[in-house]
Design a protein around this ligand. Structure first.
Ligand SMILES: Nc1ncnc2c1ncn2[C@@H]1O[C@H](COP(=O)(O)OP(=O)(O)OP(=O)(O)O)[C@@H](O)[C@H]1O
Length: 695
């Protein structure tokens, strides 16, 4: 039967295919069945030939090593009669019937589920909400206009820009500026941002979630609000989901799945998850991508690229590599809608944990998966933060907390392939207390050479050697080796001396350390590659989960054996060739500095002589006063623009009252231009203020 399904020639792909070999859903099935009919799921109707053959084996080992229930060959031959259009009997739990296609046109061969009242699906999932429909959202309509979408995106960006400008401008606070007022305004803007992002749909929700990991780029209030963006996107209809699956997998739902649950168990920005049962009885989940997502991404990312380029050019957005950040986000977004990539990730992750029996990773059903549809083994569990359900099952919460961290340490330190989004929705606990991972769309990889550098960083942190820490950060490209790094060294030394030397009772949480790191990085030439920010965020999320599960939880305790193992490793390395190398290097350093010393003294003497004789002149620039003068000029210009803008506005109003609308409009436009110039000047002043604070 599998061959029948796979060999169907159909209209999904938009072209007639004629497949007679037994490719298919499960290579363990050797069914081969022959028939001929007309098949159509789109507007065109096509002829196709079906072959079906089945071995005499009553059962075989299928995917996942489980047995596959099969219908005897004789039975299949009997049922072959149904192919020619007459209502058929069931084959492997489904029946072949003649019916009309979705357009009500040509006769179509579909496989209808066997009429049965018994459901093969497990009992309904607890806590699944009835999700609202996505109808009514402009982005949910696959045929939205690209122009309208671009207008929506730009309106949002411009509104955000103006709001931020007002939040940061002291003159925009009626009754005087205070930090409290600014914080409360920022919170308002952040909450407006979250709502707008939800309205803008999938691309922006996903980007919002990604931004919530970047405390190094965005203000605290924004990061807090964006991290609340739990994919609250409405679900799309089951009809839409089923049509999409059929188009992607190239066969009718009833042919592929014995049962398909219409109500999704989860809906997210990029897709939704339905439970289903395969014809061999295996319980699966089908992750279906939101139709039209690629088109939406294309439009949105085109606009976002322009925005990133503008940010990059504009002084007021700092020195961040906005185009680089955009490219990173675009890569992640496109990767997330490539379910083949997710399936490969799941397979690799499953392989990495094959010897650890307390971690479960769902098996991928490759034959039922494609770019936009992913079928996975159904592995239900209690969400890791659902304390009541965990307690009801008598699970050991402290052990779960330790295991969650340990599993992550294994990913970072041993396999180098890590889950970049371990939020509580993606972690569950199985009946045997093992940890289940879901969602492999966003995975990170720490390549061997990066891992080696990270270990060096770890050792230098352990030795509290600020210079080495900085060199390792430069090697990791997390720090730019430009300009005067003495202030960076002081920050690093402060970090090493204060934050890492606390006794266990003073120990800070990882989240707090991460925040401190980002705070330091805001004033320094640090550039945290997204891999690090993901790792830091992942650890602080897991640490948070750890505290929820067990108030006594200590990250340090769980990580200690791993750290010790690494230090032992280093010690063993040092005892060998490295020690010899180190001694040789020290000898070299001593020799070269002894040799160069007289030359250096001579150079200093020459400088002093040149100064004495007046041959060498020192030109001193007082940068502070230069900046102050520049600021005064900008403010002067801003005042002039305000006066001119106000005057034109008055003239406009006067002319408008007198009925000379043309002149009035001209004046209004002029006033608008001057107002924009005022905003621009304020931006530049802010930028100078910020710069002054940094140095
Ligand atoms: N193999 C599985 N077995 C049981 N339930 C699953 C399985 N895969 C996913 N789920 C359920 O569906 C939910 C959403 O799945 P998943 O996270 O993979 O989707 P997503 O679209 O990537 O969502 P998000 O972006 O929010 O992480 C999970 O939290 C889990 O409850």
């Amino acid at each position: 039967m599998a061959a029948l399904l796979a060999s169907q020639s159909c209209c999904y792909g938009g072209e007639t295919a004629r497949v007679t070999k037994a490719i298919g859903f499960s290579s363990s099935l050797e069914n081969h069945f022959t028939g001929e009919a007309t098949q159509c799921y789109g507007s065109k109707s096509k002829r196709f030939r079906i072959e079906m053959r089945q071995s005499e084996l009553p059962s075989k080992v299928g995917i996942n090593g489980r047995s596959v229930k099969m219908v005897p060959a004789s039975e299949v031959v009997k049922r072959k009669d149904g192919v020619n259009g007459s209502a058929g009997k069931g084959v492997n739990g489904a029946s072949l019937v003649s019916s009309r296609n979705i357009n009500g046109a040509a006769s179509t061969l579909v496989k209808a589920p066997k009429k049965t009242t018994e459901s093969y699906l497990p009992p309904p999932v607890e806590g699944v909400r009835v999700l609202p429909s996505d109808e009514g959202f402009s982005w949910a309509d696959e045929n939205y206009s690209s122009l309208q979408r671009s207008i929506d995106v730009w309106s949002f960006v411009i509104s955000l820009r103006i709001r931020i400008l007002f939040d940061n401008s002291k003159w925009a606070y009626v009754g005087g500026f205070t930090e409290e007022k600014q914080k409360s305004r920022r919170r308002e803007t952040a909450s407006w941002l979250r709502e707008s992002v939800l309205q803008l749909g999938p691309t922006f929700i996903k980007l919002g979630q990604l931004s919530s990991t970047r405390s190094d780029l965005f203000p605290r209030e924004f990061v807090d609000e964006l991290s609340k963006l739990q994919d609250r996107v409405p679900a799309f209809s089951p009809e839409k989901a089923k049509r999409f699956i059929e188009a992607e997998l190239g066969a009718p739902i009833s042919v592929m799945y014995k049962e398909f649950e219409e109500q999704p168990i989860a809906a997210a920005s990029l897709g939704q998850v339905h439970r289903a049962v395969l014809h061999n009885g295996e319980k699966v989940v089908v992750k279906v991508q939101r139709p039209g997502l690629k088109k939406l991404f294309d439009i949105d990312l085109r606009n976002l690229k322009l925005i990133a380029e503008y940010f990059q050019k504009s002084e007021s957005f700092g020195t961040n590599d906005w185009v680089g950040i955009y490219e990173e986000c675009a890569l992640i977004l496109y990767q997330e809608i490539d379910y083949i990539n997710e399936a490969k990730n799941a397979d690799r992750f499953r392989r990495d944990f094959r010897n650890i029996n307390w971690v479960r990773v769902p098996l991928v059903y490759w034959d039922y998966s494609a770019m936009k549809v992913l079928t996975l083994e159904y592995v239900p569990g209690v969400k890791i933060n659902n304390l009541d359900a965990l307690a009801a099952r008598g699970f050991n919460r402290s052990r779960i907390a330790s295991r969650a961290i340990e599993a992550y340490l294994i990913q970072i330190l041993k396999t180098g392939f890590f889950h970049a989004d371990p939020h509580p929705g993606n972690l569950a606990i199985d009946v045997d207390e093992s940890i289940i991972y879901y969602d492999f769309g966003m995975m990170g990889e720490i390549k061997t050479f990066t891992r080696k550098r990270l270990l060096d960083l770890f050792y230098s942190v352990y030795e509290k050697d600020a210079k080495k820490v900085m060199q390792n950060l430069i090697d990791l490209e997390a720090l730019q080796p430009t300009g005067d790094l003495s202030s960076v060294r002081r920050s690093v030394q402060f970090f090493l001396d204060n934050l890492l030397s606390q006794s266990p009772d003073q120990q800070q949480t990882l989240a707090a350390i991460g925040e401190d790191l980002f705070a330091i990085s805001q004033d320094q030439p640090f550039r945290f590659p997204s891999t690090f920010t993901f790792v830091i965020r992942a650890f602080s999320t897991l640490e948070g989960i750890g505290y929820i599960l067990d108030p006594e939880f200590s990250f340090v305790k769980v990580a200690a054996p791993y750290a010790q193992e690494l230090l032992d490793l280093k010690q063993r390395q040092r005892s060998g060739t490295q020690l010899v190398q180190e001694i040789r290097k020290q000898a070299d350093d001593a020799r070269s500095s002894t040799l160069s010393m007289p030359y250096r003294v001579q150079r200093i003497e020459e400088f002093v002589k040149e100064l004495d004789s007046g041959d060498l002149k020192l030109r001193v620039r007082v940068l502070e006063s230069e900046r102050a003068a520049r600021k005064a000029t900008i403010l002067q210009m801003a005042t002039m623009y305000t006066v001119l803008g106000g005057t034109l506005l008055n003239i406009g109003v006067t002319f408008s009252n007198q009925g000379s609308q043309l002149v009035a409009n001209g004046s209004f436009i002029g006033a608008g231009i001057f107002m924009l110039l005022v905003l621009r000047s304020m931006q530049r002043v802010n930028k100078l203020d910020k710069f002054e604070k940094m140095i």
